[in-house]
Design a protein around this ligand. Structure first.
Ligand code: SF4
Ligand code: SF4
Length: 340
């Protein structure tokens, strides 16, 4: 495993980190096995979130048997005000069973109003800074999907790290990541490296991302020890030309027909949550999560078939996606009977 300094934090982290979303889907013993595999392969960076249901708790159970200082633990909260953030940090500490958290991030800051709120005197950032002074939090970071919204956070000099989507398919965050590294010496964390499972071979995609000098850590979700081993091998060794070619082929095939979850298309006047509908289709078709995705899709109030094809969303999508056509495909895939 290779290690790197996470920007100005001084934290020495493995270039491959553990993304905490998929362990929501496994039982607590399996979660411990996956994290033990991370340790075995040299991963020391774990990133999770308050909103990933029991992920913090499962990680906390694992950390109970570990030397705390061997790990760099990052988590995050969508709280926007002082009080909410104060409570969330204490909750994270309890769930993780830690006396301190290495990196606490303001999660998914997605609008100008969000940004304004967190930066106010009684905003979430002030609570994170207080927790830092009190020794509960070592460093403060920010995460989101939209570079133009996060730019003021980078320029403010108040955050030590930034986490954004970046992959061979998603390059719109590149210039902000470069700015974060070059002008603010921030640590950079690439999320959604496999574009929701659309990209492969996974090893080639991870290696491509880590070749970029503006990325410190990449955090794919891993839900079994074998996946941990495969990803670790991929970032430690050479990627074959054949895998590089395959990756290029996938990137070309997906082309523009791929939802980046930027949410610019929202709101749909008929109540459809467009990016989540595409996400469920991705989970069904590309992950081995057919039943899980089908159940979530069928629990949604508005499904793809509720689209009245007004086309408003398509005028807002910066990637010019044929959303109506793609929603019809979502309905074809998920609208049928529950899979066995
Ligand atoms: S085309 Fe469909 S999804 Fe898009 S805004 Fe209209 S009803 Fe909503
Ligand atoms: S459909 Fe387009 S606008 Fe909507 S989330 Fe996806 S990429 Fe963004």
């Amino acid at each position: 495993m290779r290690y790197t300094q996470l920007g100005s934090t001084g934290l020495k982290v493995s270039v491959l980190g553990f993304g905490g979303i998929p362990i929501q889907r496994v039982d607590p013993d399996q979660a411990v096995e996956i994290l033990a595999a991370c340790r075995q392969h040299g991963i020391n960076f774990i990133d999770t979130a308050r909103m990933y249901t029991d992920s913090e708790e499962k990680i906390g159970r694992f950390l109970g048997g570990e030397k705390r200082e061997d790990w760099c633990i990052a988590t995050k909260s969508v709280a926007r005000d002082y009080r909410g953030m104060e409570e969330e940090i204490q909750l994270s500490l309890r769930k993780l069973g830690c006396e301190y958290i290495d990196l606490y991030q303001l999660h998914n800051v997605g609008t100008e109003a969000d940004m304004q709120k967190i930066m106010e005197e009684d905003g979430a950032l002030a609570a994170a800074e207080k927790a830092q002074r009190d020794g509960y939090v070592r460093h403060i970071g920010i995460t989101g999907h939209k570079p133009e919204i996060l730019e003021p956070a980078v320029s403010s000099g108040k955050f030590s790290t930034i986490q954004l989507p970046f992959s061979p398919l998603e390059q719109q965050t590149k210039s902000l990541l470069e700015q974060a590294v070059n002008t603010e010496n921030m640590g950079t964390i690439a999320m959604k490296p496999l574009a929701g499972g659309a990209l492969g071979p996974a090893g080639a995609a991870l290696a491509y991302i880590l070749e970029q000098d503006f990325i410190d850590v990449v955090i794919p979700g891993m839900d079994c020890p074998d996946q941990v081993a495969t990803n670790c091998a991929a970032v430690s060794g050479q990627i074959s030309q054949q895998d590089k070619d395959k990756l290029q082929q996938v990137v070309e095939q997906l082309g523009n027909r791929f939802c980046r979850r930027c949410e610019y298309c929202k709101p749909c006047p008929h109540g459809l949550n467009i990016p989540v509908l595409f996400l469920m289709e991705g989970y069904y078709s590309r992950y081995n999560l057919k039943e899980w995705a089908w159940e979530r899709y069928h629990a949604m109030d508005k499904k793809a078939a509720d689209c009245v094809e007004c086309g408003i969303c398509e005028t807002r999508c910066p990637y010019d996606l044929p959303i109506r056509e793609m929603l019809a495909e979502v309905h074809d895939v998920l609208g049928g009977e529950k899979p066995d």
